[in-house]
Write a protein that binds this ligand. Structure first.
Ligand SMILES: Nc1ncnc2c1ncn2[C@@H]1O[C@H](COP(=O)(O)OP(=O)(O)OP(=O)(O)O)[C@@H](O)[C@H]1O
Length: 545
């Protein structure tokens, strides 16, 4: 049975899972088998558990949740990445090759997924990769030793592109290969290995793991690293036209993991300097997923000098006022470094300010200093640092959480929490026991089950499968309508589908990542209400001095 007309009409549908079976194999089904839609950032679960799964497979050898599917789209212009995760005991096969328990693999159009004792599913991609991509255009090497670089783009930023890579050492193992990522940066030779050097010395469950770096011809640096498959926090929160908050519990676990990463980084003398939603990656797009800090492009290693920093870098929306961004861009021509020398530079606490901005956004969906959205107004507002917790979005947030945000978005650097003292703040300390338990169960164990490059000989201990014949009939359910999510914007700032209520015209380029093209957002005057409108747009990193 094919894909229904309803799904085809839905632009949010990025792919499908189609049952693959001869018509007579469906005999005995209570209802006809249907295709299952895969929409952006939403998990489609297959398994025995009727309450949790979108596709219910009732055979006893099938795990409660046997496998999950999702699609991540970096932005509207990019081809989605489609993934399958094996969370079963008895395993699944992708194109006839077994996956390792806990492994996540990229899906290609036409891939066949086999759940033992249930029917096969064919994956159909709605948006397909076209060849002749970045690798050819920018002259990237396709092979570096036993690494192969594919044309699949995971994301792009100011300094480079991130593509999917494979390690050929895995191709012969008779199992599904592990996918990796490679960040390719073009830079002056003198700067080539700064990011790589910092990353290679770090090892933490919440920090991106780098496997190899390689300085290729034409000043390209290749940083081979884990592929983090759940997308970034920006995409995770981006619903329809704006960012949606998550529950306070989920926010707490996000903040707790970032704090763990920061405490470790700062203890190593490393300051990230560009913490933002785009640089926080999720292993799966679901609550309580492991979080990984990426993009150490402007990180600073102070371990040898322990000096303060003076270079004006970062992303204005997330940047601490002491870093020295100026509302007037022309000021940089004369001031540049001098601007921060006047203020005695800044230290690792700049990362805590950025965490404050992130906490504010995940709790409410609102960027604290966004103002009219222009960089000048963001910088001006951050310098004043005034916070208001009176908006409706804060009404359900606890006082402890508000106080935490306030203690991070503290203009006076002396009063601002650091990455150690933040753990003692009541919001964290109050839940310490549960947080630690959860952290070890979900986060540390997730790292332990993640396949390592050295791990060539995979052996899964399988419990004996139960053989029942004929195979029991799977029960299907469509995932919850995607239109439902589209119409319920929790922040209530923009209601998709009710243009008469709020008519927003964004006059910016469709290329979201080109910061310089970001123009103003025009909102009809009668519709300006309550708090600043925070339209979703990625903000680019600046490197001024
Ligand atoms: N290891 C990874 N796995 C999956 N996605 C990644 C990985 N590294 C980066 N990305 C994605 O690619 C995007 C760009 O990567 P990155 O931030 O490292 O580039 P950049 O040029 O330094 O960007 P910026 O403009 O933020 O400085 C990220 O926002 C993220 O969505």
């Amino acid at each position: 049975m094919g894909i229904g007309d309803l799904a085809l009409a839905d632009r949010e549908v990025l792919g499908y899972l189609e049952p693959v079976a001869a018509e007579n194999e469906f005999l005995g089904c209570k209802e006809p088998l249907a295709a299952v839609a895969i929409t952006k950032n939403k998990l489609v679960k297959m398994g025995r558990n009727e309450r949790e799964c979108d596709v219910v497979l009732s055979h006893p050898s099938v795990s409660s949740v046997h496998c999950m599917f999702w699609a991540i789209r970096f932005d509207e212009d990019s081809v989605p990445m489609y993934y399958v995760n094996d969370c079963s005991l008895n395993g699944i096969q992708l194109n006839g090759l077994s996956m390792k328990r806990g492994q996540t693999c990229l899906l290609d159009d036409g891939d066949i997924i086999t759940v033992p004792n249930a029917i096969d599913y064919r994956f159909v991609a709605r948006i397909k990769l076209t060849t002749n991509g970045l690798v050819e255009q920018l002259g990237f090497q396709k092979n570096v030793e036993n690494w192969h670089i594919t044309s699949k783009v995971v994301g792009s930023g100011t300094f480079g592109h991130v593509l999917v890579a494979n390690n050929t050492a895995f191709a012969n193992s008779g199992r599904q290969a592990i996918n990796f990522a490679v960040k390719i940066i073009k830079m002056k030779p003198s700067r080539l290995d700064k990011e790589a050097k910092i990353l290679l010395k770090l090892a933490h469950p919440n920090i991106i793991k780098v496997h190899k770096t390689f300085a290729g011809s034409s000043d390209h640096l290749y940083i081979f690293q884990d592929l983090i498959t759940g997308g970034d926090l920006f995409s995770y929160l981006a619903k329809s036209d704006c960012l949606s908050p998550v529950s306070e519990t989920e926010a707490l676990l996000i903040v707790y993991q970032i704090l763990h990463a920061l405490r470790y980084l700062h203890s190593q003398g490393v300051v990230h300097r560009d913490l933002k939603l785009d640089n926080i990656l999720l292993c799966t797009p679901e609550p309580c997923a492991r979080i990984v800090l990426a993009d150490f492009g402007i990180a600073k290693d102070l371990s040898s000098s322990r000096s303060r920093m003076h270079t004006v870098v970062g992303t204005p929306e997330y940047c601490a006022p002491e870093v020295g961004f100026k509302a007037d861009r022309t000021a940089y021509k004369e001031f540049a470094r001098a601007a921060t020398f006047e203020q005695q530079g800044y230290d690792a606490k700049c990362d805590l300010w950025s965490l404050g901005v992130i906490a504010h956004i995940v709790l409410t969906g609102i960027s604290p200093f966004y103002g009219d959205g222009s960089e000048a107004s963001i910088i001006r507002n951050a310098k004043v640092g005034s916070l208001s917790f009176s908006s409706r979005q804060w009404s359900k947030v606890s006082d402890h959480a508000k106080s935490f945000v306030r203690r991070l978005l503290e203009i006076d650097v002396q009063k601002r929490l650091d990455s150690r003292s933040a753990f003692h703040h009541s919001w964290i300390a109050k839940h310490k026991g549960q947080l630690e338990k959860l952290y070890h169960k979900r986060i540390v164990q997730d790292v332990e089950t993640t396949p390592k490059v050295e791990e060539l000989d995979w052996k899964r201990k399988l419990p004996k499968t139960v053989n029942l014949s004929p195979s029991t009939v799977p029960k299907k359910r469509w995932p919850k309508s995607t239109t439902e999510t589209l119409f319920s914007c929790p922040r209530g700032l923009i209601r998709q589908g009710s243009p008469s209520f709020l008519d927003v015209i964004a006059t910016r380029s469709s290329t979201l990542w080109n910061y310089s093209k970001l123009n103003s957002i025009i909102v009809k005057p009668m519709l300006c209400f309550e708090c600043s409108l925070y339209k979703k747009s990625r903000q680019k990193t600046w490197l001024i001095a």
